[in-house]
Design a protein around this ligand. Sequence first.
Ligand SMILES: Nc1ncnc2c1ncn2[C@@H]1O[C@H](COP(=O)(O)OP(=O)(O)OP(=O)(O)O)[C@@H](O)[C@H]1O
Length: 224
Amino acid sequence: MTELIRMRGVSRTLTGQGEPRAVLSGIDLTIRGGQSVAVVGRSGSGKSTLLSLLGLFDRPDGGTYLLRGKDITHLPERRAAALRSAGFGFVFQRFLLLNHLTAAQNVAMALVNGQGWLTRRQRRAKVLAALDLVGVAHLAGHRPPRLSGGEQQRVAIARALVREPEVLLADEPTGALDTETGNLVVEVLRGAARRGCGLVLVTHDREHADKMDTVLELVEGRLT
Ligand SMILES: Nc1ncnc2c1ncn2[C@@H]1O[C@H](COP(=O)(O)OP(=O)(O)OP(=O)(O)O)[C@@H](O)[C@H]1O
């Protein structure tokens, strides 16, 4: 499997109102295409901070971050934004769908920026294919308020997958769902990894974590 992500010795210190705090230190992480990785850890252990670094929403203070062998540790924001939308898909606990748009229109929103060369027909085909991958193509014309939580999250995953990202980053995607629906969503995410995505799943749910290829635990900012 191709190596997608390699972090070595990554650290991040955050300064809020109080003293600077070393939130992450000595993070070594390798993720390959098709590999699913769960990140677990107590509240405050640094999971979201790690996802922010992986998704280029934030930069490390120390160490290196390579994507496909290219050093992106200190990428300027303009290039980071381009890479974020081309290479990464994001799924959050809150589905963040627009209620006045249909499921298909919500997914199509992800194709608006940077993919302007697509014809309407191509765009439609991509949207339906993404909805189909997560098993909700039949709901393409429905607006989010008419969908269940699990269906909404699957639309949100379709939105993350429609650009065919190399890496899918999911932050507590089952946090707002009941167990059965959560299991379904985890299966959908695993499916994305099986098709070649690198998947990072941050979760509090040990059962969901154990379904991934690799489980990493963050303890006080260090991976074990
Ligand atoms: N700007 C900041 N300045 C100082 N400390 C911060 C700042 N932002 C976050 N922190 C601290 O960094 C630690 C890690 O936060 P992070 O959100 O990454 O944890 P987490 O493992 O995702 O937690 P949770 O499971 O509750 O979401 C927490 O103790 C948090 O209070």
